[in-house]
Design a protein around this ligand. Structure first.
Ligand code: CDT
Length: 312
């Protein structure tokens, strides 16, 4: 019997600074219901899904940042309705949020985090974003900031894969998709399905780049990663004009063949879904992408050197 899992990418339109976590949670619950109504059993929500993409703003008062944007508990009273509804409908989901924790040494730590929640409401997996883009200092001439390096530290949980809903599932977050090594580590750990939420500005902060080219990068990376790792990939955006700045949509589901099988059309709340045959990933891992037989890691040493010498 084939292993089928109907999955939904539940894209969010913009969340403004004036919106509360409860406003966002109400929309997430609506998306969850919509996904369930078309038969989805697993729903992938975006990165930092409960608030506006706050790293675009320089904010001095850390206590204010914590209060407005960071979660000390997940679920909290405000985010609990999503967990309650998912449990009621018996739907699993992954979702991103800004996480504040106190570690064993009493130090406060802040991460850009994604969790995997089982249909019974239990948190089954946690990933903390490793590739943090942007900068930590204020850029006075930039049209907007991208301060992930100011607000978050590099994730400390590594790239992991969980047995979840009868599949091997890994999580990445947004900028991770630009680094093939991240996806490869998940594939080497047996991932058959990878989730990735994102907030990607339509404009490049660092240099002029036409938006169609930015979208092209997004699509080509997704197709290449899924194909070269024989893995299902679900990428979900938060998008549209948020606080006056646009982020693109194009949430999608990609098969292990590299084909886009579902995609959103709008930059609003929207669900795209597909009935994914997980054995398609397993079969490709036994043939074309049988890593044990065909990879040549003895020649890949340079990939893990801290500073590669690129001269011939
Ligand atoms: N959220 C996130 O990681 N966004 C980045 C923008 C990079 S430009 C500083 C992305 O890779 O989409």
């Amino acid at each position: 019997m084939t292993r089928k899992l109907k999955i939904a990418a539940a894209q969010l339109g913009p969340i403004q600074r004036s919106d509360t976590r409860s406003d966002a949670t109400r929309r997430l619950v609506e998306l969850l219901r919509e996904a369930h109504a078309v038969g989805a059993r697993f729903v992938v929500f975006p990165e930092l899904a409960f608030t506006t993409f706050f790293p675009r703003w320089w904010l001095d008062a850390q206590d204010e940042v914590d209060r407005l944007y960071f979660e000390e508990a997940m679920p909290s009273a405000e985010t609990m309705p999503l967990f309650d509804e998912a449990r009621r409908l018996s739907v699993g989901f992954s979702i991103g949020y800004a996480e504040k924790v106190v570690d064993a040494n009493g130090e406060i730590r802040r991460f850009n985090t994604s969790i995997l929640v089982s249909p019974d409401g239990r948190i089954a997996g946690k990933y903390r974003k490793i590739h943090l883009p942007g900068h930590a200092e204020y850029k006075p001439d930039a049209p907007f900031q991208h301060l992930e390096k100011k607000y978050f530290e590099v994730g400390d949980l590594g790239f992991r894969v969980w047995q979840y809903m009868n599949a091997a599932v890994g999580m990445l977050i947004c900028n991770d998709r630009r680094w093939p090594e991240a996806f490869r580590v998940l594939a080497l750990k047996g991932a058959e399905l990878v989730t990735l939420g994102y907030n990607t500005p339509a404009e490049n902060l660092h240099y002029a780049e036409p938006e169609p080219l930015r979208v092209h990068h997004h699509l080509i990376m997704a197709q290449a990663m899924a194909y070269q790792n024989a893995t299902w990939l679900v990428e979900t955006a938060k998008c549209g004009r948020e606080d006056g700045f646009r982020m693109f949509g194009h949430s999608l589901i990609v098969a292990p063949t590299g084909e886009i099988v579902a995609k959103t059309l709008t930059e609003e709340d929207e669900v795209a879904s597909f009935d994914c045959d997980l054995d398609m990933a397993a079969n490709l891992k036994r043939t074309m992408f049988d890593f044990a037989r065909h990879r040549r890691p003895e020649h890949y040493g340079l990939l893990v050197q801290p500073s590669a010498n690129t001269s011939p």
